[in-house]
Design a protein around this ligand. Structure first.
Ligand SMILES: NC(=O)c1ccc[n+]([C@@H]2O[C@H](COP(=O)([O-])OP(=O)(O)OC[C@H]3O[C@@H](n4cnc5c(N)ncnc54)[C@H](O)[C@@H]3O)[C@@H](O)[C@H]2O)c1
Length: 345
């Protein structure tokens, strides 16, 4: 039987998730909850976003879903096996703890919470919950990034010498009540956007010893970090850095890239290229590994549904991993504020 899904927060990411579930036979979306009365009435024209997803289903009728005004209403009505939380970030922890307490499976968008203290509450609730829990750290599943993880793990190109990541976009102006550009709600670009690379780096190489960051704000958010550059300390033989920002002007769009230099090859990923992953070899040739025509979002959802269906442990992203990503971002923020190298606990 398909997993019955209820989506909480039908904004940019909620709609992406909905389209993905609609294309996945393991799931059946039965409901959504949103405070926006227009959305509940079937008018979804206000939903914004910055990258195209894959999925959807021809002929889908929004009115076929039960529409609730809150997570509480959805849980009280029952009939949902999996609650998918795509709410603004500052609402994640309360919603996740509530849904886990109700005994359902829970997927929660990243970041797990705007602070590690809030994230701790979810880690605790997930540890004693009947349902499974996963934070949607999508880069762990993104085609081309899974290639890099495997290359590092299996040393197929020799030892890694350096890895640099870049994620940059126009200022996100679509969000509900502008929560994304309100640092206490979203954590600004550092916790909302750049955390994708922070998390992927810890996934790839383990927890860094320390971080050194510079950052600036003021153009997109007041008091937030709109642009950050961080060095992750892994010892003197490995250079790891990531740059993320969202204060570019409207027509800039969105880019995500990495360049990983190994002993025997250089791998370069650019979301904006037709051949997104290029592997430059020492003999002057370039290879273009075939990548699955999908997104990390679709892959992570399929993985979680698979864990639910087969009653398997969720190993790809644990609650502690998601909490640790937030804690590393906190160390980065401290480094920006103090101008010092900050140890990662
Ligand atoms: N993985 C990714 O690549 C990715 C990309 C974008 C956003 N996200 C994450 O997804 C989450 C949502 O971001 P978004 O861009 O979709 O935001 P959004 O503002 O577009 O959507 C939020 C939705 O929540 C609804 N909402 C607000 N309060 C509510 C409440 N109390 N109960 C029910 N609904 C409520 C709003 O009406 C809106 O529809 C964030 O945590 C964000 O970081 C992840």
């Amino acid at each position: 039987m398909a997993v019955r899904v209820g989506i909480v927060g039908l904004g940019f990411m909620g709609k992406q998730h909905l389209d993905i579930y609609l294309a996945n036979p393991k799931a059946q979306v039965v409901a959504f909850a949103d405070v926006d009365q227009k959305k509940r009435a079937g008018d979804w024209s206000s939903i914004g976003g910055n990258i195209e997803g894959k999925g959807g289903a021809a002929g889908f009728d929004p009115k076929s879903l039960k529409a609730y005004a809150s997570l509480d209403e959805m849980l009280a009505a029952g009939g949902v096996d999996l609650v998918d939380i795509t709410l603004p970030t500052h609402m994640h922890a309360d919603a996740a703890v509530k849904a886990l307490g109700a005994g359902v499976h829970v997927m929660c968008e990243k970041p797990l919470a705007p602070s590690s203290k809030d994230a701790d509450r979810v880690v605790k609730a997930a540890a004693k919950a009947k349902g499974k829990f996963m934070t949607a750290m999508c880069m762990r599943f993104w085609p081309g990034w899974t290639w890099l993880k495997e290359a590092v793990e299996k040393k197929t190109c020799g030892k890694l010498c350096s890895a640099t990541f870049k994620r940059f976009g126009s200022t996100p102006r679509w969000s509900w009540q502008n929560w994304l550009l309100t640092p206490k709600f979203s954590g600004s670009a550092l916790f909302d956007l750049h955390i994708h690379d922070t998390d992927f780096i810890q996934f790839l190489l383990g927890k860094p010893r320390a971080v050194f960051s510079v950052g600036t704000g003021g153009k997109a958010t007041k008091g937030g970090v709109d642009h950050v550059v961080t060095q992750y300390m892994y010892g003197k033989n490995l250079v790891v850095a990531a740059e993320g920002g969202w204060h570019a002007d409207p027509t800039y769009g969105f880019t995500m890239r990495y360049t990983a230099v190994f002993e025997k090859a250089t791998a370069d990923f650019d979301l904006g290229r037709e051949k997104k992953l290029a592997v430059h070899l020492a003999d002057g040739k370039t290879e273009y590994p075939a990548l699955a025509d999908t997104t990390g979002w679709a892959q992570e959802i399929d993985y979680f549904l698979d864990c639910i269906e087969g009653n398997k442990p969720v190993r790809a992203v644990t609650p502690k991993d998601a909490r640790q990503a937030v804690a590393i971002c906190e160390a980065e923020l401290k480094s920006i504020r103090t101008g010092k190298l900050v140890a990662v606990k």
